[in-house]
Design a protein around this ligand. Structure first.
Ligand code: FAD
Length: 619
């Protein structure tokens, strides 16, 4: 009875319809039959099986590239459809990691349907509209009165802010979503002006604007917080609800690409507006209004009005801070109110770019021409490399900071391009993006090294914002090395290893605003550079050809995750030092990517809903 999960079913590329096909093919039925020792594969009814995960595996030790499946087998359906399978199924023995009996799971749908189903079952328990208006700054106004909907400000429309807004609005709160940047349509034009005319809009760029930092990105939806957990699946299904393709639910390495993210965000916005969420684009939160140790509102200004002539006060019961890690002004503002901020380790480094063909041939070498080219049935090749660098490996000189570190590839974008993620004219930092087809001829990835307090101390940066100062220092050095105008300093990987500079025969780069040969080996402190140099050599052993004349390092990658954490209660999500403030997402130090930020926003939304008694027991 029930569901059996069959894992590690490998179908060769020749026998598989290809990366786009997510159903049960004849090739997969053959493998299922082998796994359950059923003699005639063609007698197995495909309807009894559902594909849970499909990944492509072309590791070197394999004789041939394969698609690897996880499949759920519904026994009751199987027996109903094909009575002759009964004996085979009753003899089925669990095998760890291969065949496991799984309890019939509560299938968590997208957040919207879950909440709506709960509402149907439990009836309308939400406070009705009416009662008091929004808060003024009058004394005592912050005491929430349950006779009306709670007024919640969500600051930032990145994944965490969007999902927090969605949950709260679905549950009946009066939500205002405040975003310093522009809606995706206008943001697209601002980014176009940056790419073509070098005009950096300080409030509408690769970091700021609708959808947050991950909108003009590769849209990778991989996460380290457990792919199959209910929260992640609820986020993924919600993305499908707003227009993401269904294969993100199954693909082992799901990604969207900018071209799919933009319409998805538009649908998300329309849904929020249908729920009466008031969305204020081009509106920057500059300060919090605090009364008796409780947030009672925010001060906002028109983000395009640099002189801040027009500053408004808005009253709220609670403020959800979902500002991402590039809102450095917000960190300073929080400190001015004595709100706790603590340093957090993060990682810095350079972005390496290779021709995609080279990465395909490194990863798929010896696996047949079609696979080798990374075309047709199989995905373009990616990679993920990690190395642990001890003090000896790094050959750190005795007078500088010496420590053991990790060096790893991060945010790899196959078929993508290197883009500018600066939010100020005197800083230069980069990241990667791609379109859904990942069809460009470049493959880029950050190569980053972990940094912590002792690295900040060594440069005389102290206090909660030492990591921010550390980031800014290298962003400014990179801007100077590039010579201005957002030209990125680059160095051949071979020169970086030899600590020399070739100004001729630079390989081409996907970066659109120009590159300039520079001594990137002099940009970071020696200990970081040595860790990078050592690791690049290690990576070349794993991926022969990684060190190549065609590989170009770009500077500088600093905003890998937040350098700061804003302490909060793990249960209520409320700041430990200010009532009514809910710091969430990457900027608060609780997420490290699109999916984890969305999950954090969703869970924070539920926590705030519970605080205001909007919570539905069935969820
Ligand atoms: P953010 O997405 O940073 O959103 C914060 C929002 O708050 C912004 O829209 C900002 O404008 C707004 N804001 C800030 N201050 C204020 C203020 N004072 N007033 C009003 N609004 C404010 N992650 C992945 O998982 N996969 C990827 O492929 C990937 N690629 C990336 C590519 C690029 C180029 C970049 C920059 C990031 C990428 N990331 C990727 C990281 C990912 O985007 C972030 O982890 C994620 O967006 C964090 O979500 P968030 O909601 O916490 O914050």
């Amino acid at each position: 009875e029930g569901i059996w999960r069959l894992s590690k079913l490998a179908v060769s590329v020749q026998n598989d319809p290809g990366k786009e096909f997510l159903g049960v093919s004849d090739g997969l039925l053959q493998e299922i039959a082998k796994a359950i020792k059923f003699p005639v594969a063609s007698m197995l009814p495909p309807e009894a099986f559902s594909v849970i995960r499909k990944s492509f595996d072309a590791r070197k030790m394999l004789k041939e590239a394969k698609f690897v499946y996880t499949v759920d087998m519904d026994v009751s359906e199987l027996i109903n459809l094909e009575p002759r399978t009964r004996d085979f199924i009753s003899d089925l023995e669990p095998r760890v990691g291969l065949i496991e009996h799984v309890p019939r799971q509560r299938v968590l749908g997208d957040i919207i349907s879950v909440i709506q189903d709960c509402k149907k079952v439990e009836g309308e328990r939400l406070p009705k509209d009416g009662g008091l208006d929004g808060y003024s700054s009058d004394a005592g106004a912050h005491k929430y009165v349950a006779s009306r909907k709670p007024k919640i400000a969500v600051v930032g429309s990145g994944p965490s802010g969007l999902f927090a807004s969605l949950v709260l609005a679905e549950l009946g709160a009066d939500v205002t979503l405040i975003e310093r940047g522009q809606p995706v349509e206008r943001r697209g034009r601002d980014i176009g002006a940056l790419m073509v005319r070098r005009i950096l809009e300080l409030e509408s760029n690769f970091c700021f604007g609708e959808g947050g930092a991950g909108t003009w990105s590769d849209g990778k939806l991989v996460t380290r917080i457990g792919r199959n957990n209910d929260s992640v699946m609820a986020v993924m299904k919600t993305l499908v609800h707003f227009g993401a393709p269904e294969n993100i639910l199954i693909d082992g390495k799901p990604h969207l690409g900018t071209d799919r993210l933009v319409p998805l965000l538009r649908n998300f916005r329309h849904h929020l507006q249908d729920l009466n969420v008031s969305i204020k684009f081009g509106t920057r939160v500059d300060d919090l209004i605090i009364k008796d140790g409780h947030v009672v509102g925010v001060k906002v200004s028109d983000s395009r009005d640099q002189l801040k002539l027009d500053c408004h006060k808005l009253g709220f019961d609670a403020v959800i801070l979902a500002v991402g890690h590039s809102a450095r002004d917000i960190y300073r503002m929080l400190l001015s109110h004595n709100i706790d901020l603590v340093q957090k380790d993060f990682a810095v480094g350079l972005r390496i770019e290779h021709p995609q063909e080279l990465i395909n041939s490194v990863q798929y070498s010896g696996l047949g021409t079609e696979v080798h080219r990374g075309r047709g049935k199989v995905p373009v090749a990616d990679y993920k490399v990690v190395s642990y660098v001890s003090q000896e490996d790094g050959k750190t000189p005795s007078n500088s900071v010496s420590t053991s570190r990790s060096c790893y590839s991060f945010c790899m974008c196959p078929g993508g391009q290197v883009v500018l993620t600066s939010t100020g004219p005197s800083e230069l930092c980069i990241n990667g993006m791609s379109f859904s087809r990942r069809a460009s001829k470049w493959a880029n990835a950050a190569l980053v090294v972990t940094v912590s307090t002792q690295d900040f101390d060594a440069l005389n940066f102290h206090g909660p914002l030492a990591g921010v100062d550390f980031q800014r220092e290298f962003e400014q050095r990179a801007a100077v090395m590039g010579g201005g105008d957002f030209v990125v300093p680059v160095q051949k990987v071979t020169d970086f290893l030899d600590k020399k500079l070739s100004v001729t025969s630079l390989p081409p780069s996907s970066y659109r605003l120009g590159v300039k040969a520079a001594k990137l080996h002099e940009l970071f402190p020696m200990t970081i550079t040595d860790a990078l140099r050592h690791s690049v050599s290690v990576f070349d052993k794993e991926l022969p050809g990684f060190i190549s004349n065609e590989a170009l390092l770009h500077g500088v990658e600093t905003r890998t995750s937040s350098p700061v954490q804003i302490p909060r209660s793990s249960e209520t999500y409320e700041s430990m030092s200010l009532k009514g403030l809910y710091p969430i997402g990457e900027g608060a130090g609780y997420a490290g990517g699109i999916v984890s930020a969305a999950v954090d926003g969703m869970l924070a939304g539920f926590a705030v809903a519970k605080r205001y008694d909007l919570f539905l027991d069935g969820i």
